[in-house]
Structures are given as C-alpha cells and as structure tokens.
Design a binder for this molecule. Structure first.
Ligand code: BV8
Length: 250
C-alpha cells in the first residue's frame, strides 16, 4: 500500500504533522460534508454554517447543531483515530490539526490537537463584546425556549464554538499550525477533499518546502497529483497499516 520510501521517511521523521478532515470520522459513521448522503447534501450545511444564517435564524442554526450532536453522541473513534494517537507516541515531535469538530481525536487519545474549526461540544456567547469564554456545552442547561439559550453574562445568544464559513480561524490555532508545518519533515493529509481554506493550503505549503506529503483518501483530490504519494484507501484501513509498517517492533 505504501512505498518503501514513504515508510523509511516516516520512520526517520523527527517531526510529523497530520491534517485530518471529515473522512477520518466517516469510518465512525459520521456523515462527511460532500460524500454521498453527506451532511452537506441533507442539510445545506453551507447555508447554515455561517454567521449570517445564525443572525437571521439563530433557532434553526442552533437546532442544526443539536441534530449533529445527537448523531455524534453515540459514535466512537475508529482504528484511524487510534492509529493517529499511537503515531503521536512514536515520534519525537507530533502535531495533529483537524478540520473536524467532533472531538473523536481527543477521545481516541490524541494529545497535541489543533482544532482548526472548533468543537461542536463547546458553546460561546455570540456577542463580540462579551468577555464570556467558550464553555462545554453540557454546562449550559438548554431550556426548551428560548432557543438558542442566552449568555448568563450579557444575555446574547449562545452559539456553537465552531468556525463558520466567512469567519476567521482562531489566530493562535493558525500560528501554531504554521510553526509546526515549518518544523515538520513528514506530513500526512487524510480524509479531506482539500477544498476548504486555509486548511487546504497546509499540505501544499509543506510540499513546496520539500517535505514528504502523504495523502490518504479513497477518492482522488486536488492534492493527489501534486503531493509526493497519494494512497487511495480509507483512513481506518490505511493508517493502522502505516503505523505498523513504519514502527513494527522488529
Ligand atoms: C476563512 C465548522 C478568511 C462548521 C467548517 C467566499 C465567501 C466567504 C469565504 C470564502 C469564499 N470562498 C472561499 C472562502 C473561504 C472559505 C472556504 O474555503 N470555502 C470553500 C467551501 C470554498 N473558508 C472560510 O470561510 C474559512 N475562513 O477563510 O477566513 C475569510 C473570511 C471572510 C471571507 C473570506 C475569507 C473558514 C472555513 C471553516 C468552515 N467551517 N466546519 C461546521 O462543521 O458546521 S468547514 C467543514 O468543511 C468541516 O470542518 C469539514 O471538515 C471541512 C472540510 O471538509 P472535509 O473535511 O474535507 O470534508 P469533505 O466532506 O469535503 O471531504 C471528505 C473527504 O473524505 C472526501 O475527500 C472523501 O473522499 C474522504 N473520505 C470519505 N470516506 C473516507 C474518506 N477519507 C478517508 N477514509 C474514509 N473512510
């Protein structure tokens, strides 16, 4: 499945950067955004995952995220998540940047995680002047009405602590990702259609810096013809094999 060169490069790597997308959670039963029957298709997520949609109809957008939490609640990490967590233990420097908001990497045991698009299990006040920090969702007892619940400090609507389309990513998350990419000598991009900016620029930056970029995705993407190696396989099947081949105890 993987070239000898990829295995040798990963084995010799001092610093590994992994970028994941919705495809890594697909093996846990989480619908992807653009796949068949994906979230995108059923709920026009793009029209709901925006500040404008929330301003126009906060209740609908809140219910959209409640629906997604309901889907996610019983789901568990899959072998792809666990392989990434075990890879982190085998290399001296490791960064995982995920576009996913489902928290499955953390549940699987990954430590150094940059949540580029936030976390669906956290909420924060939607008022830009409110000092209220993001808090775990379960802390905010969701009354039946009004929806969304209101901030205890300023009375503004609470919102999911995620990055919507048209919103800037958290500058700290971006700068931490850029620093780690500069340090990386091996880059794995897995389970992403590589369409959403600025995450989709990250594998290209590494590639342009001469870093070995390995893509894992059952479908070809814009990256497939550019990066050093592209393996058309699911993450749940490929990642455990990759870790096994590179770090199997001799
Ligand atoms: C920004 C959180 C600066 C919310 C998400 C016009 C107007 C405004 C903005 C833009 C514009 N044009 C471009 C932009 C920028 C925009 C963007 O990139 N749009 C795209 C759609 C063109 N980006 C932004 O707005 C970002 N902010 O740029 O700020 C700015 C500000 C104002 C104006 C301009 C610029 C913020 C982007 C963050 C959006 N929030 N999520 C929520 O989840 O509700 S993004 C959302 O898409 C998810 O996080 C998801 O992860 C992410 C990316 O998608 P993928 O993860 O790749 O998922 P997808 O379904 O696409 O692909 C799944 C892949 O998995 C497929 O390739 C499939 O083959 C593969 N797969 C399937 N099964 C498996 C598998 N792989 C492995 N194993 C399997 N088993």
């Amino acid at each position: 499945m993987f070239s000898r060169e990829a295995i040798a490069a990963l084995k010799a790597a001092r610093s590994v950067f992994v970028l994941t997308g919705a495809g890594v959670s697909a093996d846990s039963g989480v619908p992807t955004f653009r796949g068949t029957g994906g979230l995108w298709r059923n709920y026009q997520a793009t029209s709901l995952a925006t500040p404008k949609a929330f301003a126009n109809n906060p209740k609908l957008v809140w219910e959209f995220y409640s629906y997604r939490r309901k889907i996610l609640a019983p789901l568990k990490p899959n072998p792809g998540h666990f392989a990434i967590a075990s890879l982190e233990e085998r290399v001296s420097s490791f960064t995982l940047a995920t576009q996913n908001i489902d928290n499955l990497h953390r549940i699987a045991g990954s430590q150094n995680i940059i949540e580029l698009h936030g976390n669906i299990w956290e909420v924060r006040c939607s008022s830009s002047t409110c000092k209220n920090a993001a808090e775990p969702w379960e802390n905010c007892q969701v009354p039946l009405s009004p929806l969304p619940p209101l901030c205890g400090d300023c009375g503004g609507h609470l919102r999911p602590n995620v990055v919507w389309f048209g919103e800037m990513l958290n500058p700290a998350a971006l700068s931490a990702s850029m620093r780690a990419i500069q340090e990386a000598d091996f880059f794995i991009v897995v389970g992403t259609s590589a369409l959403v900016q600025p995450a989709s620029r990250m594998p290209l930056m590494a590639h342009e810096a001469g870093v070995f970029v390995l893509e894992i995705n059952p479908e070809p993407t814009e990256l497939s013809k550019i990066v050093k190696e592209s393996v058309q396989e699911t993450s749940g099947a490929a990642l455990p094999l990759l870790v096994e081949e590179a770090f199997a105890v001799q």
